[in-house]
Write a protein that binds this ligand. Sequence first.
Ligand SMILES: Nc1ncnc2c1ncn2[C@@H]1O[C@H](COP(=O)(O)OP(=O)(O)O)[C@@H](O)[C@H]1O
Ligand SMILES: [Mg+2]
Length: 333
Amino acid sequence: MALLTVAGLRIAFSHRGGSTEVVRGVEFAVEPGETVGLVGESGSGKSLACRSIIRLMPAHATMTASKVEFDGRDVLAMSAKELRDHRAHSVGMIFQDPYSCFDPTMRIGEQVAETLRVNAGLEGDAAKARALELLESVDIASPEQRFRAYPHELSGGMRQRVMIAIAISASPKLLIADEPTTALDVTTQAQILGLIEQRRRESGMAVLLVSHDFGVIAQACDRVVVMYGGYVVEAGPVAEVCARPQHPYTRGLLSSIPSLESAGRRVRRAGIPGQPPNPADLVAGCPFADRCAQVRPACRELHVALEGVGDGHVTACPYVRDGVPVTNAGGSR
Ligand SMILES: Nc1ncnc2c1ncn2[C@@H]1O[C@H](COP(=O)(O)OP(=O)(O)O)[C@@H](O)[C@H]1O
Ligand SMILES: [Mg+2]
């Protein structure tokens, strides 16, 4: 049984002019212990999709779904108390910018201890001892000294390690890592991804890793879910999707991965011309139509739906297979 199943997820923001849907029928699943990647350009709905798992929406956002099930429990039906418990114990979360998650006026160790007090009921010396243990478990050298440091005294990579320590302190079954390495240099990025992977292997927790960089996802994940304009446009085992990308958007993302010769130097290859869509401008059809080199008239009316192409690999483009346009595909759609 899947650890997490999300289906029919829709999220809309209300504003004076009405409302704009920014997540448009998203589905994905995470099996116990596996690492799933959510990849897509900025604005594709990745962070909101993550927040649906703990039903924590920003102001003015409305979320509906046909299913959000975690560890056999219906997240959509949880009471306020059950939800608090779910957020504190079942799911750990880390973000791109750990600095914003800390209180700048409070020592790091006290903040870790405070989390332990709230989430695990530990007080005083017990909380401190456990906090030190946690800092050590994320490979922080001289934890006693770091314990007394303020957030600004730590490097970005060190702060992310502390975030990870806090996120896994309650032994969650799922760690959601939303662009955890985006603000870090390449070397620190590799260390943080390595640390997450090590903790996953040791604890058996699953990881949902969000990134706009397919290189990160390809390196770290078992399966990948590709998002564009609030839709899932392709998903499947990472090796399979990288070897046989089906959706023109996925092919574009893969071509933007720094080539092997330039790895580490942040030199970008071709990439995808044009900009991601403004959700308010998306009316009907394939969200990628305006940027797709293989667009055809029917794409403007396409009902975006995932179709299997074998081995758990699905794509929302019925018109291109292995980069080759398909004639008469998609029937009358
Ligand atoms: N608080 C908010 N108010 C209004 N629009 C928002 C808010 N948060 C996100 N959005 C919009 O929702 C869309 C998806 O956002 P998000 O899930 O953060 O994307 P991603 O994480 O993939 O970059 C974007 O178009 C963004 O502008
Ligand atoms: Mg985001």
